[in-house]
Ligand binder design. Structure first.
Ligand SMILES: *[C@@H]1O[C@H](CO)[C@@H](O)[C@H](O)[C@H]1NC(C)=O
Ligand SMILES: *[C@@H]1O[C@H](CO)[C@@H](O)[C@H](O)[C@H]1NC(C)=O
Length: 389
């Protein structure tokens, strides 16, 4: 199942100025106690709709999408229809592929990602549709030639079959270049008070141990179209820098971090470095000078793990959880006696917390389409229902 998380073609580099609409659908066969079909819709990486083969209705996930469906029940019904049609369509794909590939049993996963991007400055639109099978790229549509690209030999039969249906490919073209971008603009308009807001993050410098890289961590920003980097003497650094992914917070905002390895930098040179956070649509960047005094670390401190901190960990990316910054204890300063009991108890709690996070994340990743953010699919099958014919 692990491979299912890795769909290289599905991971576009997030461009910082474009709006996006994405629909992800995951169809599985042979997975017990899990819906055969899960579709998720995202605008600018924010989930607005959900549908699965058990509920069979599209559920709004944002206030604006709730209102959109309430105001336009026909649209809700149409989306729901697409969700149901998609399920049949994708299940048929799995059956055909199993036959073609001589697979009689086991778990199989078929994934789809439709997306479009709209650059609100240049007006440029771009669309993608890709399918994955058992965790690997299977087939993708090329808008330039209006034909399908098969990266693997096992998709060649499908490619030829789909390429013969020109009308179907024309519909994909229309869908990806016209209809889908219109949906995107419509959603951005309906949800503008939340989707087009800007929220600046709080930025801090974190370091686990005196020899660890310094992590510049921004949390609480919106939208996800943001950049963060380190610079030295005003110039962006590329070496000794590790960029983390942009990750969603529970409250709808985002976080990210960029680590800088300072092991070969002399202490007197530290002041030449600064971390820059840039949010699309915001006037000013947040600049944080590298200064030992402002680095938050808990190296050498003990006994301050609180339950609140542990709760904050749940669902947070491993490296960014405050608790993990709190954990390192320099051996020489480790307190003896009764404190140890308390610390051990808290560490046990932490272990439970970590295990919880792992279980949660595994479940999460195991069945979701590739991306770290979540995905979806309703609107589409009309374009695709001929795919099997
Ligand atoms: C399909 O699998 C069966 C049983 O493993 C095997 O006998 C047969 O040759 C396979 N057919 C193809 C086309 O690979
Ligand atoms: C930091 O850089 C040094 C050498 O430049 C290297 O030995 C060390 O492994 C790096 N640390 C990390 C965490 O990447």
């Amino acid at each position: 199942m692990k491979g299912i998380m890795l769909l290289p073609l599905f991971c576009h580099v997030v461009s910082p100025v474009k709006h996006s609409l994405k629909i992800f659908a995951t169809t599985s066969s042979g997975v017990k106690n899990f819906p055969d079909y899960v579709g998720v819709g995202l605008v600018d990486e924010v989930q607005w709709g959900y549908c699965d083969s058990i509920s069979k209705t599209v559920e709004a996930k944002q206030d604006w999408s709730q209102k959109m469906f309430e105001d336009d029940p026909q649209y809700l019904e149409w989306c729901t229809q697409q969700c149901v049609l998609d399920q049949y369509d994708h299940k048929a794909h799995i059956d055909i592929l199993k036959q073609q590939l001589n697979q009689t049993e086991g778990v199989h996963i078929f994934q789809m990602m439709n997306s479009c991007e709209w650059d609100d400055e240049t007006g440029e639109v771009n669309g993608f549709v890709q399918f994955g099978y058992d965790g690997e790229d299977f087939i993708a549509f090329d808008l330039k030639t209006l034909t399908w690209i098969a990266p693997k030999p096992q998709a060649v039969i499908t490619k030829h079959k789909w390429d013969r249906d020109r009308a179907h490919n024309e519909r994909w073209n229309y869908f990806l270049t016209q209809q889908f971008p219109e949906f995107l603009k419509k959603y951005l308009d309906l949800g503008k008070s939340s989707l087009l807001r800007t929220e600046l993050p709080s930025v801090s410098l974190l370091q686990k141990t005196p020899s660890s890289p310094v992590s510049c961590h921004a949390t609480g920003f919106y939208p996800y179209r943001a950049m963060m980097f380190w610079r030295k003497d005003g110039e962006e650094l590329h070496e000794d820098v590790e960029h983390g992914e942009i990750l969603p917070n529970h409250d709808g905002s985002f976080q990210m971090s960029v680590d800088l390895n300072l092991s070969s930098v002399k202490p007197e040179d530290w002041r030449r470095y600064e971390c820059v956070f840039h949010l699309s649509g915001a006037k000013n960047d947040i600049i944080t000078k590298l200064d030992k005094k402002v680095i938050r670390t808990n190296w050498g401190k003990t006994g301050i793990l609180t339950l609140q901190c542990l709760f904050n960990c749940i669902g947070m990316p491993f490296m960014h959880c405050e608790c993990f910054v709190l954990v390192p204890v320099s051996p020489s300063e480790f307190p003896a006696g009764p404190v140890i009991g308390g610390v051990v108890g808290l560490l046990l709690l932490l272990a439970v917390c970590i295990t919880g996070v792992f279980i949660w994340r595994r479940r999460d990743n195991g069945f979701r389409p590739a991306n770290s953010s979540d995905p979806s699919s309703f609107e589409i099958s009309e374009v695709r229902d001929a795919a099997l014919n």
